[in-house]
Ligand binder design. Structure first.
Ligand code: FES
Ligand code: FES
Length: 170
């Protein structure tokens, strides 16, 4: 079973297929950005991207990502540790308090901005409505996503060497 995890190809034994994906990432791969919170697919704290689509992985198994591309929050920053502009916008706008929801929020916003780099604030609110935040009141999160959208509108100027908005374009 092959899985591309944050740009790296992994070959996993079939026997690992039934392992819960959230535990595989957090315990086996030491990628602890995705949080295990409600455990029933309701809160969004465990969200990652699978083939560029947000997925709540507390209800998924490793076999669900066989042959697919997986992006976790750890894969958003550049290899030298430079934050992705979307991560930086969350910091700039104070869109983080406890941080529990933040990895899922950032990844959902990333998937959304890849498709819609020029969103209205209402569209941003709708995009994140499956991800609960108990701290920020959402205003700053919407501000951050709106700020970062400028980077997705100007991919030619995009300064980040890692995940680029047009990376998946043919
Ligand atoms: S922990 Fe997966 S949706 Fe809440
Ligand atoms: S920052 Fe605490 S849950 Fe969102």
């Amino acid at each position: 079973m092959r899985v591309n995890l944050n740009g790296r190809d992994l070959e996993l034994p079939e026997s690992m297929g039934e392992r819960r994906l959230i535990l595989f990432l957090r315990e086996d791969m030491d990628l602890t950005g995705a949080k295990n919170a409600c455990d029933i697919g309701a809160c969004g704290a465990c969200t990652i991207l699978i083939d560029d689509e947000p997925a709540k992985i507390c209800i998924k198994r490793v076999k669900d990502v066989a042959g697919k591309r997986v992006l976790t929050i750890e894969g958003m920053a550049a290899p030298d540790g430079t934050l992705h502009p979307l991560q930086q916008a969350f910091l700039d706008r104070g869109a983080i308090q406890c941080g529990f929801c933040t990895p899922g929020m950032v990844l959902v916003a990333h998937a959304f901005l890849l498709k819609n780099p020029n969103p209205t604030r209402l569209q941003i609110r709708k995009a994140i409505n499956g991800n609960l935040c108990r701290c920020t009141g959402y205003q700053q999160i919407v501000d951050a996503i709106e700020q970062a959208s400028t980077h997705y509108r100007r991919p030619a100027d995009y300064p980040h060497p890692g995940i680029q908005p047009l990376a998946k374009a043919p």
